[in-house]
Design a protein around this ligand. Structure first.
Ligand code: AMP
Ligand code: ZN
Length: 141
């Protein structure tokens, strides 16, 4: 993709602080970190979001996430961290090349999603389960 900032990171057209890379993925430091050390895992092949990820990248992405997370935990002596991915503009995605965020967390760092948690009433949990299960498509063997 010609105009994708993360493709430019992959091709080294723009500089980045690379933590790890292999044939399929690259892990870099986020330029505007939630906490210093905040890392991003990107597939080298362009894909817009999670649903666009080619199956052959699944393993590499999780493997790289674990390698980088362990390095963050050990180097920064972390007690906790978050892994997350924003998908879609309304979910906060700003770069449309799939990426996984890994950010350090610290005691009393005052970072929290402001959540207005709901409850299922009546038969709604069953209703939602039934509705969603109709669209579950297990992978072909
Ligand atoms: P999201 O908003 O979930 O799509 O995340 C995009 C992330 O990419 C943000 O946290 C940005 O700070 C980060 N980002 C944008 N441009 C760069 C760049 N050139 N190098 C490293 N991180 C970047
Ligand atoms: Zn891209």
């Amino acid at each position: 993709m010609t105009n994708c900032i993360f493709c430019k990171i992959v091709s080294k057209e723009i500089p980045s602080e690379v933590l790890y890379e292999n044939d399929h993925v690259i892990a870099v430091l986020d330029i505007n970190p939630i906490h210093l050390g905040h890392a991003l895992i990107l597939p080298k092949k362009h894909c817009n979001d999670f649903l666009d990820l080619p199956e052959e990248t699944y393993h590499s992405i999780l493997q790289a996430a674990k390698i980088v997370t362990l390095a963050l935990v050990q180097s920064l002596k972390l007690e906790g961290y978050n892994l997350f991915s924003n998908n879609g503009t309304i979910a906060g995605q700003s770069v449309f090349h799939f990426h996984l965020h890994i950010t350090p967390r610290y005691r009393n760092d005052n970072i929290r999603f402001v959540l207005n948690l709901k409850e299922y009433s009546g038969g709604d949990m069953k209703k939602y389960g039934t509705m969603i299960r109709k669209f579950i498509k297990p992978p072909a063997l």
